[in-house]
Design a protein around this ligand. Structure first.
Ligand code: PMP
Length: 308
């Protein structure tokens, strides 16, 4: 089992900083039993100046609030106070770079009726790129992403991740690195925990919003592509279009930008190092570490302001 905490680890919970080992809870909540909760996946990076910077902190905590409200989870906090608490947990845990995980969870209630309050916890732990750093062999999942008519698909809801876990297990059991899921209409959707882009004839394409999680990294990739003068189209992508692409990559906070070697054993023809994805990967790496030293980008200021 991975070591997420030890006796020195702090978490933030409901306004207090507690030792993780003492932050106990009962076993009668809708989050544990029914997956009724909302969370975020955020990364703090050590920048080139040695400072710790939470990448797109505001965007992530704003999305947490949106997710909670979409699910009717009472939400008692401001983005500002949660960003401050996250920096404090990082500091108390001596994490210069880490994954930051806020979770909004429900109080004791075994029925389906609404709650008057929610709890929040913020945890941090060191995390390598979630899908590794090698090009991925990807498996087309037999699972579809949740039907947006049955779920608030744009919310980062705990229960949605049953679908992600099933798809990931299936891909790994078949000898692949990660899954790719289609939406209920059979269009390309996303990975269990990342969005997807494909390159064709010098352009990037990514599934339109509606049946996917609106990824913050996805939005960052679109910004970077704009700065680099690469055209991006958001549209419904058929499996055939994806398999005929020149190259493709996944992106997400935990996964960062990671190239895909093949889908169901069919290799993409373009070498990763020549792909648009590789340029975006390098630019993303620089952006999160605030490394603008070699002035690779013409719109440097635009990038700096985008790193909120
Ligand atoms: N899709 C899903 C299903 C995810 O869980 C994630 C990770 N949060 C993403 C996409 C990527 O989102 P982000 O870039 O905001 O991390």
């Amino acid at each position: 089992m991975a070591n997420y905490f030890d006796e020195n680890t702090f978490v933030y919970r409901d306004g207090e900083y507690l030792k993780a080992a003492d932050a106990l809870t009962h076993l009668y909540g809708q989050t544990l039993h029914y997956g009724y909760g909302a969370f975020e996946g955020i990364r703090a990076y050590e920048t080139v100046t040695g400072a710790t910077k939470i990448f797109k902190a505001k965007e992530h905590f704003d999305r947490l609030e949106r997710s909670a409200k979409l699910l009717n989870l009472p939400y008692h906090w401001t983005t500002g106070e949660l960003i401050e608490a996250s920096y404090e947990v990082l500091k108390r845990n001596n994490h210069k770079a880490a994954y930051v995980r806020p979770l909004v969870y429900a109080p004791a209630n075994m029925g389906f009726n609404p709650n008057e309050k929610s709890h929040i916890v913020i945890e941090t732990w060191p995390m390598q790129p979630f899908l590794g750093e090698k090009l991925l062999s990807v498996f087309i999942s037999s699972y579809q992403r949740p039907n947006p008519k049955g779920f608030k698909i744009e919310a980062k809801a705990c229960g949605h991740y049953v679908n992600s876990i099933l798809a990931s297990h299936e891909a790994k059991a078949n000898g692949y690195d990660e899954a790719l899921l289609f939406d209920m209409d059979g269009y390309v959707a996303e990975a269990p925990g990342a969005n997807i882009f494909m390159e064709k004839d010098g352009k990037l394409f990514t599934p339109a919003l509606g049946n996917i999680l609106p990824g913050i990294t996805r939005a960052t990739v679109i910004e970077l592509a704009n700065v680099l003068g690469i055209s991006v189209e958001e549209k419904q992508i058929t499996p055939e279009e994806l398999l005929a692409a020149d190259s493709a990559f996944f992106c997400g906070t935990a996964a960062e930008v990671i190239g895909i070697a093949s889908i169901n054993k069919k290799d993409f023809p373009k070498p990763w190092s020549d792909s648009i994805g590789a340029r975006i990967q390098a630019a993303y790496h620089d952006l999160v570490r605030e490394d603008f030293s070699d002035r690779k980008y013409s719109a440097k200021e635009k990038l700096e302001t985008s790193n909120g």
